[in-house]
Design a protein around this ligand. Structure first.
Ligand SMILES: Nc1ncnc2c1ncn2[C@@H]1O[C@H](COP(=O)(O)OP(=O)(O)OP(=O)(O)O)[C@@H](O)[C@H]1O
Ligand SMILES: O[C@H]1[C@H](O)[C@@H](O)[C@H](O)[C@@H](O)[C@H]1O
Length: 372
């Protein structure tokens, strides 16, 4: 596996200098790029939920909860004047940039048919699209890591390219790269489709990316066998957990039990949990357990989840203990360790206990509505 970011071709002098300055950064500062959105959840033609959405909302929620104390991050997100979550009672905690265009918004239609673990669980339509995020919208700083987490094509290829220059390691959600939107149909929004990553302007950037995450539905569009030669590929498999593929190895990582009420944001929360695991110094396969844990937490609630303080305290304590035993610095170094460590099963068992607290919280919860 190459170092986290190896340029495909010689960048221009200024770009090379930008990239050079990310080497040897002591701080664990992160950059999250992707817009917030409005999510409307529908079942049988009835609105069953209206929530803050967008991968950046789910990601920042997990990073706020689970990053090590010395790690901080900035969010670059765009919304319009209609943004419904700018203030209390449940504001987006990291303020977005305001644009004249309306806030990106999705309608998610859940079917009544029982879904298999890998079948599409909902039909998505993009009803509004805010402005893209341009390279100049990114701060003029250097970051230890970056998360490219667009939902509506807002992370432009040139924006991803600049992220790669500013950040020592970049983690990308495939949904930011392969979504296309069919023509708006009669006011009901544009259907969301996927296209093959190969042939898009994002494809040449893959070899400068550290991790590419795709759901099992998206995986065929990224071409796992080709992509794993460029970067570590993670395929999430819903209630079955996830698999990691790197150039000369792969691993399956077990899930956690959850009572699913809304699958929205599971992949986003997974990726942020995974990044948090790397920040704590875990190997990629061990960090995937933290991803699975926060993916399971996301499906247990409608919208951006709130975490029970006892559960969070338990997770942090586990991570602090395991961090002492960690074998290599991951995001703070140049190389990643992929293989599971000898504490992997122990880590899973300890997190399973924390997941049990989460289920108990859920059972005490009086909410009865479900999108699942
Ligand atoms: N029902 C479930 N039970 C336990 N864990 C789950 C469940 N669904 C999802 N997860 C966890 O969340 C991770 C991501 O889920 P999934 O593969 O469904 O992503 P996704 O399709 O990108 O999600 P979304 O698009 O809804 O955000 C899984 O790898 C798993 O760890
Ligand atoms: O809030 C959700 C969430 O971020 C999902 O990951 C994304 O697939 C949806 O488009 C978005 O509406």
């Amino acid at each position: 596996m190459p170092p986290a970011a190896v340029p495909a071709e010689e960048p221009a002098a200024a770009a090379a200098e930008e990239e050079q300055q990310t080497k040897g950064l002591p701080a664990l500062e992160g950059l999250v790029v992707g817009s917030y959105c409005h999510d409307v959840l529908l079942r049988g033609g009835r609105v069953v939920g209206e929530t803050l959405g967008g991968a950046a909302a789910f990601v920042s929620n997990v990073l706020d909860a689970a990053s090590p104390p010395e790690a901080s991050f900035s969010v670059v997100s765009k919304v319009g004047p209609d943004f419904a979550y700018a203030s209390a009672p449940a504001p987006a905690r990291h303020p977005p940039l305001l644009c004249p265009a309306p806030t990106t918004s999705f309608h998610a239609r859940f079917s009544d048919a029982a879904a298999s673990a890998h079948a599409p669980d909902r039909q998505l339509r993009r009803v509004n699209a805010c402005d893209p995020i341009y390279p100049d919208d990114l701060p003029d700083s250097r970051f230890a890591y970056g998360l490219a987490v667009g939902v509506a094509g807002e992370v432009l290829p040139e924006t991803l390219e600049r992220m790669i220059r500013l950040c020592r390691a970049v983690l990308v959600d495939a949904q930011a790269l392969i979504r296309v939107f069919d023509a708006e149909g009669g006011g009901s929004g544009a259907a969301v489709r996927h296209i093959a990553l190969e042939g898009t302007p994002y494809a040449p950037l893959l070899q400068r990316v550290a991790f590419l995450k795709a759901s099992s539905e998206e995986a065929p569009y990224i071409g796992v066998e080709t992509a794993r030669r460029c970067c570590c590929v993670i395929v999430t498999e819903g209630r079955d957990g996830c698999r990691l593929y790197w150039d000369d190895g792969e691993a399956r990582v077990a899930p956690f039990t959850a009572v699913q009420v809304d699958p929205t944001g599971a992949g986003d929360s997974y990726l942020a949990g995974f990044a948090a695991g790397l920040l704590w110094g875990l190997s990629a396969t061990d960090a995937a357990l933290i991803g699975n844990f926060f993916g399971a937490a996301a499906v247990s609630q409608i919208g951006v989840p709130t975490y029970h303080p006892k559960m969070l305290q338990a997770v942090k304590q586990i991570l602090e203990e395991k961090a002492i035993q960690r074998s290599s610095p991951c995001i703070s170094g140049n190389m990643f360790t992929f293989q599971r460590s000898n504490m992997h099963d122990e880590l899973h068992a300890a997190l399973q206990e924390a997941a049990r607290l989460m289920c108990e919280q859920r059972q005490n919860d009086t909410t009865t509505d479900s999108c699942d």
